[in-house]
Design a binder for this molecule. Sequence first.
Ligand SMILES: [Fe+2]
Length: 363
Amino acid sequence: MWQYFMPTRVYFGERCVEQGKDALKSLGKRALVLTGKRSSKENGSLDDLMKVLAQIGVEMELFDDVEENPTFNLVRTIVSEFAQESFDFVVGLGGGSPMDTAKAVAVLLKNPSLKVEDLYDPSKYSEALPIVAIPTTAGTGSEVTQYSVLTDDAGFKRGFSHPVLTFPKLAFLDARYTLKLSESLTRSTGLDALCHSVEGFLSKRATPISDLYAKKSIELIVENLPIVLKQPENLRARENMLLASCLAGMVISQTSTTVAHALGYPLTTFKNIRHGEATAAFLDVVVEQASMEVPEKVEFVNSILGGVSNFLKLVGLNVRVEINEEELEVWTKRAKNVPHLQWTRGNFTEELIKYLYERVKIH
Ligand SMILES: [Fe+2]
């Protein structure tokens, strides 16, 4: 038995925010827009959004200080700043960080008695403000998933989700916003999308529909990631990466991510390695471990990528970090108990996890 549910209305293509303005208008009269400090101002997306909101008579409040890897404290700050105002919907504009923050804020503004920790128990809420997602990177797929990953007060990344409420109502994907992405952000976000599609493809929760999306996504990334790294302003290749990232998001909306994501989190929060790279550092072993259980899928991945490690090397992945003994112990213990392992294929023993961290450690 399997099911498929992905309730986001997706608009894709040049100037889609403007073309989809009636859908935006149907959400109400007042919007809270969350974005980062700089990129949405430089890539034209914030201007486009503000123009369209003005055209359709929607008032907006802007919070433009969402940092990378949003924390519980950031969410608390936003909620307390805007708690006294009323909004009809929340827009997350930018990379995964503003979109994930928007999901948290949409729930908490509608449920003022809840704390940020309560987001992790979806039985505690049955309403949220509608969420609009406008990605300006091609990687997280957060525009079509129910997940939000926040960094907790102890510094660990933890994902929450509600099966319905935290899916964006609308997503607008315009690849022009990704044309100015730096090489390093292009690489890390593209690798994040690749991890989503490969992890989802090999997950025990994969379905016939998620597999279709995963295969297409992997093919698009293999073909287009090397192109956008060399020709950042190639709009067609950027569109293909944005589509790949969206498809990969749809994959993990069904399968969730697997252990590569869980292993990568401490490298991001404690060592500042970008999420996509931190995750991709473990992707080869996720594929290798699945080979006994789903050999034909592993064969597909390896033949398209020309070998996982080869492809990662080709696009310039190189993760090396200082890790001390205590960190090695704590991270290994934590990884051994993550929920992601339930649907990861293979046998990720404590020894294997420790070895994987040793592998990225500078000796
Ligand atoms: Fe990810």
